[in-house]
Design a protein around this ligand. Structure first.
Ligand SMILES: *[C@@H]1O[C@H](CO)[C@@H](O)[C@H](O)[C@H]1NC(C)=O
Ligand SMILES: *[C@@H]1O[C@H](CO)[C@@H](O)[C@H](O)[C@H]1NC(C)=O
Ligand SMILES: *[C@@H]1O[C@H](CO)[C@@H](O)[C@H](O)[C@H]1NC(C)=O
Ligand SMILES: *[C@@H]1O[C@H](CO)[C@@H](O)[C@H](O)[C@H]1NC(C)=O
Length: 204
């Protein structure tokens, strides 16, 4: 199922044949700072993205903790998973040499996908469909809610890599994330099962 859907996402991407985007990060950053491309609802601000991009892995984790306002890391399994999710995602994108704008877009995407799972309780299939829509820029005509995410800031190759990344991280572990976000209360003490889940997350 996962494989089938991701193949259809790839087909959608291939069919688009977008002109190859200009990926000159620095130039675009200047242009975009006016707020035309970057809507006001980005997950992390451009200055936060910039600060993160200057850090090593440990530094990214520390700053992410601060930016996400995670104050219960020692006792909250949920917070530690969130920190891992966003830190690992950011680090992956950084190693992909994404520009600041691309990093910002990618973090939005990570945030949307997780919000759609946790807040909207979207099923795996629906979430993948939303991802496809986000990545191909296809929007339903009646929906005026325009995503912050701009697929045109990524090349097809990068878009494929992003889908791959999401499929092998969040989507592959969808059940574990659902369990984590939909369980009725936060487990203050990490049980054996949760420890196993945590190990699962750590291998992402
Ligand atoms: C975003 O900015 C627009 C105006 O540029 C404003 O109408 C809208 O309410 C803002 N949205 C949020 C979530 O701040
Ligand atoms: C951070 O989270 C705490 C509760 O965990 C909350 O009281 C506080 O207002 C939050 N701060 C910001 C800046 O969101
Ligand atoms: C990113 O840039 C570094 C240094 O320029 C290079 O070694 C590496 O292969 C690049 N990675 C990707 C995924 O393009
Ligand atoms: C999450 O769902 C909303 C619509 O409910 C959609 O606009 C957004 O693109 C989705 N995000 C992802 C990453 O799937």
């Amino acid at each position: 199922m996962l494989v089938l859907v991701s193949i259809s996402v790839f087909r959608g991407l291939a069919a688009l044949e977008r002109p190859s985007p200009k990926l000159q990060a620095e130039d675009r950053d200047q242009d975009d700072r006016g707020g035309k491309k970057i809507a006001n609802r980005t997950f992390l601000s451009l200055s936060q993205i910039t600060a993160l991009s200057e850090e090593n892995l440990e530094g990214v984790e520390k700053k992410m903790e601060e930016f996400l306002n995670l104050t219960q890391l020692k006792t909250s399994f949920k917070e530690s998973v969130l920190l891992d999710y966003y830190t690992a995602g950011f680090w992956w994108a950084k190693e992909m040499n994404f520009s600041l704008i691309q990093l910002s877009g990618f973090m939005d995407l990570l945030n949307f996908a997780l919000e759609n799972l946790s807040g909207k309780r979207m099923t795996l299939g629906d979430n993948l469909k939303e991802l496809e829509r986000a990545m191909t820029g296809i929007r339903e005509t009646e929906s005026e809610e325009r995503s912050v995410f701009d697929p045109n800031s990524f090349s097809i190759e990068q878009a494929k890599a992003i889908i791959d990344y999401l499929v092998t991280s969040l989507f592959k572990h969808y059940k574990a994330y659902e369990y984590l976000f939909h369980s009725r209360r936060e487990e203050p003490v990490i049980s054996n099962e949760l420890t196993r889940l945590l190990e699962d997350f750590r291998t992402i």
